[in-house]
Design a protein around this ligand. Structure first.
Ligand SMILES: NC(=O)c1ccc[n+]([C@@H]2O[C@H](COP(=O)([O-])OP(=O)(O)OC[C@H]3O[C@@H](n4cnc5c(N)ncnc54)[C@H](O)[C@@H]3O)[C@@H](O)[C@H]2O)c1
Length: 438
């Protein structure tokens, strides 16, 4: 890689930065909706996630909730109340799809229901936002691809919200501008304390039956690789700019002897065509996160390149640290960029992405320094607002009106679902599982 102290390259980077700043923005907040008026939407599946999505979708003025559907009456009632405008309530999604005011649907049912409901919605002429994993079974990959091609005028967006994170977009710009050198490895982790966190304890609601604990059973759920890892796999694909060709992994059901049929701990390695790897772990016995000097828990990713590394998490709060590599004294990147004491020489991580409210003292100085340096090298750092959930619906409604493809489109959702299926196949059959198999 030629380095940013080369004046020609630096000039090019500045020009590219201006272009990139304007090119990156439309995914998040393209202003010009061509047709006036709000998009009337219906929410299908309004449990935990569906409620969050509903609240996010009605922020701003682009979408209006006109109908809600859930097979479980208490969830339906709660969602109708939360919508605030008394939308019509349905216990069967097919009735909601007959509602002429519904132009678009938001699907947040358990994953085994995603494709059947999405198919009905597309055939009924609706735009679709569907939670990850977009599809659940191998045969659904082809079926949805075909349906999407036949219905190209309808929007299909997947709930992989890192695609709407300004923090992750900054990281992606750093990767694309070569500031990390060649990215060769990405680590992803989502660990939790014993059993903590939504849906990961065996809690079957007797009124609703086994499906109320759907995350733990294979007939409804693709397990931890889907529920946690799909987001991080998507981040890895995005940063690397490709999808894995094969996967190996170990999944165990060793620590929670409670009848669950999904793994309770997984370790997976995804191999990409140019040799890059995404190493992923998710466990339920300890929440320690081996990033951010152990100061956070749960989830995050480390992006490792030949000239630097980024640690990043969506949080909350979202955060990003940047580590220089190799040591600055021999790094071609640093020799002409700053004179005098250089924070990078300490080889400590520099905070690049931290919410404004948390930036004080030395942290503030380091972050300003890092931002200045990044700006000089074509990367604009933005604060993480609005939330990725709100941003993804700004994009969705805008796409419904303009016909533009969303940042998290059907192809991204399908590739991501295939990756999850590959990982589960690799763990189940204790072998390499190839993309082309699925
Ligand atoms: N993107 C994210 O960060 C994120 C976070 C959490 C969950 N999710 C996804 O959201 C989805 C829902 O997860 P959750 O935690 O809200 O589960 P949940 O069990 O809390 O809610 C699911 C709801 O769907 C309803 N439902 C089931 N079948 C239905 C049907 N045929 N028609 C209408 N309603 C139906 C259930 O009654 C329930 O209210 C899953 O796909 C999950 O993977 C995504």
């Amino acid at each position: 890689m030629s380095h940013p102290s080369d004046p020609t390259r630096r000039e090019m980077l500045r020009t590219a930065a201006a272009a990139s700043a304007s090119a990156a923005a439309p995914h998040i907040a393209s202003a010009g909706r061509q047709a006036a008026g709000q998009v009337g939407f219906g929410s299908i599946g309004v449990g935990n996630r569906g409620a969050v999505l509903l609240r996010s979708a009605i922020r701003g003025d682009a979408g209006r909730c006109v109908a809600v559907c859930d097979i479980y009456q208490p969830h339906l009632d709660k969602a109708i109340a939360a919508a605030g405008n008394n939308p019509r309530g349905y216990l069967d999604h097919r009735r909601l799809l007959e509602d002429k005011e519904v132009e678009a649907v938001i699907i947040a049912t358990p994953p085994h229901q995603h494709f059947p409901i999405m198919r009905d919605a597309l055939l009924a002429g609706k735009h679709v936002f569907c939670e990850k994993v977009l599809v659940f079974k191998p045969e659904e990959v082809r079926q949805l691809r075909k349906l999407a091609a036949e219905r190209a005028g309808q929007v299909i967006q997947v709930g992989l919200q890192r695609r709407y994170s300004r923090f992750y977009r900054t990281a992606k710009q750093m990767v694309d501008r070569g500031l990390l050198g060649k990215v060769t490895h990405i680590n992803g982790q989502w660990n939790r304390n014993p059993g903590s966190g939504i849906g990961w304890l065996m809690e079957i609601d007797p009124k609703r039956g086994k499906e109320s604990a759907w995350r733990l059973f294979r007939e409804y759920s693709a397990g931890m690789m889907a529920e946690r890892g799909s987001h991080q796999l998507d981040a890895a694909d995005w940063m690397i700019g490709d999808h894995p060709d094969y996967v190996i992994g170990i999944g165990g059901n060793e620590f929670f002897h409670d009848g669950r049929t999904v793994y309770d701990n997984i370790q997976v390695i995804f191999h990409y065509p140019q040799g890059q790897k995404f190493m992923y772990q998710s466990i339920n016995t300890n929440g320690h996160l081996s990033l951010f000097r152990g100061s956070k828990s749960d989830f995050g990713e480390g992006i490792l390149g030949t000239a630097g590394a980024i640690e990043i998490t969506l949080g909350p709060p979202a955060a990003g640290m940047w580590f220089y590599e190799p040591p600055p004294k021999v790094s071609p990147l640093m020799d002409t960029v700053v004179a005098g004491p250089n924070p990078l020489e300490k080889m400590k991580g520099l905070p690049i992405l931290i919410p404004n409210s948390m930036v004080t003292g030395p942290l503030e100085r380091d972050m300003k320094w890092a931002h200045l340096w990044l700006e000089q090298n074509g990367v604009l750092v933005q604060q993480e607002e609005p939330s990725t959930e709100i941003a993804q619906f700004q994009d969705f409604f805008d796409c419904c009106r303009t016909g533009r493809r969303p940042a998290a489109d059907v192809d991204i959702g399908l590739v991501n679902s295939v990756g999850v299926m590959q990982a589960n196949l690799a763990m189940d059959e204790e072998r390499r599982a190839y993309y082309k198999e699925v």
